[in-house]
Design a protein around this ligand. Sequence first.
Ligand SMILES: [Mn+2]
Length: 526
Amino acid sequence: MASSLKNLKKVLNLYSGTWNFYSGVTRYLSGTRYLSGTNKVQFEIESKPNLSEKINIGQPTAFSHTHLFESIHEITPGISRKEYAWRRRQLMHVLAEDHVGRNYDKHLFILSAADLKIMTNDIPYPFHQDTDFLYLSGVNEPDAILVLDFNRVSSRLKFLLFVKPKDPKRELWDGAVIGQQAAVDYFNADESFPLNSFTSMMQEKFNNSGYCVWYKNRRTSHAGNQQIILSLLNDTNFKKKAIQELGFNLQMIRLIKSASEINLLKKSATIASKAFSKVIKSTRPGMIESNLHALLEYECRIDGAQFLSFPPVVAGGNSANTLHYINNTQLLRDGELVLMDGGCEYHGYVSDITRTWPVNGKFSEAQKELYELVLHVQETCLKECKEDVSLDHLHNTMMVSLATELKKLGFFSENVSSAQLQKQVSQYCPHHLGHYLGMDTHDTPLLHRGLPLRPGMVITMEPGLYVSENDLSVPKKYRGIGIRIEDDVLITEHGPYIMTASLPKQVGQIEQLMGSFRNNEYSISV
Ligand SMILES: [Mn+2]
């Protein structure tokens, strides 16, 4: 508990004056009301939903895609109707018990889905849903708006969905949409309306009834709908008692993963780990960085992932020192290392892995020295990783361990002051040890990394060491080497569980894995 209090103090110093944050953190630390044990909530099986088995809504259902679902009670693969309902109720309870929310009995929450981003005339990028919207509804369609109407006295919750109406002419081109009927039958909305009636319907249903209205104004993913929502909120004819920004309230719920979310995250980590193994095994001098990108994506999708989590970093040699290098255009040269940072998305849940390996299959002495140093730093952090410590605490562990190890290799002069040392070490690893992981790669970004870790949280652990080829202050043999080792870690009551453990990271294991590269299974000519 002492460390929790220290963390709380740190959080308070950073967010001094932000009472809202304080209230969230206190609630988090006391933990009992909403969050503690969230991952243990049991979602009972309900009676068979009253659905037409012919339901066609443009996204997989248990009826249309039997290979993806284990039960007809799931709305999206792995997540049941009960769990989606629980998430909506949990959010409204948290909002109604917020320090502002407590002053009001009636609460409205409004959230837009993402829009379809256009790649070129008439042709969109693959659609990616707003993760808050997907978390609360399971709806994987652009443009919709979700409204939750909650009364804290009676605990009555109504779920409204505004969706594009069914239009056979439009669906001939773009495929099926959900439509109003399935919004109710399949997604369990209490009522559904056409999207273009949003403003008039909201005026009609909720005007003048003393609501505290919550909405999201940060990191929104639909500029058009956001304008429509803001116009409604700013309309003096739309009477309400208060308007509140959602803030981190939903992220506090998303921070602790449920058992079904953990299953999906494990699956995502397993797919990506296996794909990384194959990419490592296939690497050889003369390939292009983008070839490894292509292999990673191929392997992840062959194994059932829908996307890569983000454009991967495939950085040969000195490019590894550019942290967000995604050009992936360079030749992979004999004698260099290659750093790959990537992961996949499996039914809404992502993995995020980094490995660094020798292009020719064998570490040089200098590469091995620095690689094993980073591995040692990661192991040191993993030993510290347990309930109640925070990501910030683990970051500090990484910096201290890096400093100690680099000093042994002659990176710093003997008489360097500890303040100078801290500054110099952060030049060799300018990023944080890790971040929360979930539906987003950088999950729940509004939550401070000083929060104590709890079972059900998932984090990345990614110590790195980056020595620029132009750094004349270090021995020549180390210049131009960039290394990062990243694993995905679930916090459990029994300690850290490494979800990416099946992917080798010891020097010997990697060299052994690459020993078979001559029998490359991919026919990429070099
Ligand atoms: Mn990461």
